[in-house]
Design a protein around this ligand. Sequence first.
Ligand code: PEP
Length: 251
Amino acid sequence: MRMPLIAGNWKMHLTLHEAVELAKAVAAAAEQYSDREVLLYPTFLQFTRVQEAVSGTKVLLGAQNCSAEKDGAFTGEISAAQLRDAGAQYVLIGHSERRHILGEKDDFLKKKIDRVLEQNLKPMLCVGETLSEREAGRAKEVVLNQLLAALQHLHENEWRQITIAYEPVWAIGTGKNATPEDAQRMHSTIRSKISALCPSVAHTVRILYGGSVKPDNIAALMAMPDIDGVLVGGASLKAESFIAILRDAVV
Ligand code: PEP
């Protein structure tokens, strides 16, 4: 049995005050649910204050990105070691905005996965096809190539730290979500590939869906056998919608 994970990616949104208030509201609501995990990804700058706000609650915290380097002269970067020091548990790697807007490539993302694992943090690898790749019938090929490039070198104990987020790029922030059946097909394909790479973890690695998740589609998504949770962008920025998603994320 995989524990559902409901994650909020706050991207470059919210003031410090808004972030702290939202975190407190989510933490208060999360206490009711012992059968699901809640994870927030604030900005680096807000991380410590958000952490203080959720300290002692069940809310987990992650960083939206980290450096591919261990440490040194990399102005503006933040290392996985610094994230661990600050109290992060998860690190988001390869979000489509980083792949497609900031130009991060597979080999660079693989290095980040290694940096995160070296610090005993949990990488959440985002994979997903663009609309043109989907229309060309290449969605599975693209997603599996992203998965292989970042993860195929891992050992079993490293695989146990991994979470995957399948986020079709055309569904992120657009209001168009994949149908639950479409998402399930891709999640099942991903799980089969994990099974081929590391059979012992295929039934424990969590695969989240992301892309315009809202209170009105969460129940249908969570009803799918290989959807183990969701990564929520826009709807995670308001307590009301994120808490409604959390409430209805019933397996
Ligand atoms: C995301 O940012 O990972 C995301 C899925 O965004 P949204 O929920 O707004 O589509």
